[in-house]
Design a protein around this ligand. Structure first.
Ligand code: LIP
Length: 246
């Protein structure tokens, strides 16, 4: 019997509400005003609208919780031990190029531990979620990481290309959160990437672990330039022997 925490219920409802805007704007891509935030990072109006809806919905139920979000940054609140960690659109570049591979990612960090997480792909209507010690679910079905043992049979997600990993079969998808979600359900056998932000991966950290996966230790107090290695226990050691040092 699947029982989800009140926090996860709040996160699911916030995603469902915000995703309506995301789906509409994705369909009207050419009308989006884009304001340049930096060489690589474009901020869309959608990004900000979705973030605003998510923050409003989450704080409606837990008004004292703090927030760390991609556009707003850190909103320190009365309760500094509980923090919503939000990426309103993970896969922003895919979104802007009309590629239907992006998601909303929300995590709840409580006393320096990720206790609930959700990754929702509104275009494919695929929702991955977990509460700590309760397992990982994909559209209401329990999922587990890959059982493959041989690297030759594996498919990895990364953004690292180069000779040292030519022996691995890799994909670069543009969404760290969905990469981690796909590891949790066995679509990818492993994932490794560096130079990530905490909001890209916070939900995925728990979702991989609760699906029986292994993930390197992530320092939740640093928000930028994070490295992630995630897979099943069967191939974790084999994988890290091959991938470049981060
Ligand atoms: C993105 C990550 C992706 C990474 C991009 C960017 P955003 O997050 O999901 O894996 O390669 O550089 O960081 O900016 O779309 O939320």
């Amino acid at each position: 019997m699947q029982i989800i925490s009140p926090y996860l219920n709040i996160m699911i409802k916030a995603c469902e509400k915000a995703s309506k805007i995301l789906i509409r704007d994705f369909g009207e891509l050419e009308n989006l005003q884009v304001s340049k935030k930096g060489p690589k990072d474009f901020v869309t109006n959608s990004d900000k609208k979705v973030e605003k809806i998510l923050i409003e919905e989450l704080l409606k139920h837990k008004k004292n919780f703090s927030v760390l979000s991609e556009e707003e940054g850190l909103i320190s609140n009365i309760d500094k031990n509980n923090k919503w960690i939000i990426d309103p659109i993970d896969g922003t570049n895919n979104f802007l190029h009309g590629i239907p591979h992006f998601c909303i990612s929300i995590a709840l960090e409580s006393y320096e531990d990720i206790v609930s997480g959700i990754i929702f792909d509104p275009i494919k209507n695929e929702m991955f979620y977990a509460d700590k010690n309760q397992g990982t679910y994909f559209n209401n079905h329990r999922v587990r990481v890959s059982k493959k043992m041989n690297l030759e049979e594996c498919l990895f997600a990364t953004n690292k290309i180069g000779s040292s990993i030519d022996q691995l079969n890799c994909r670069i998808t543009g969404s760290a959160a969905l990469d981690l979600a796909y590891v949790s359900s066995g679509r990818f056998d492993g994932y490794f990437q560096n130079n990530l932000n905490l909001w890209d991966i916070a939900a995925g950290i728990l979702i991989v672990k609760e699906a029986g996966g292994i993930i390197n230790n992530i320092n939740l107090s640093s928000y930028k330039n994070l490295s992630v290695v995630a897979s099943s226990s069967e191939i974790y050691e084999k994988m890290i022997k091959i991938i470049p040092n981060f």
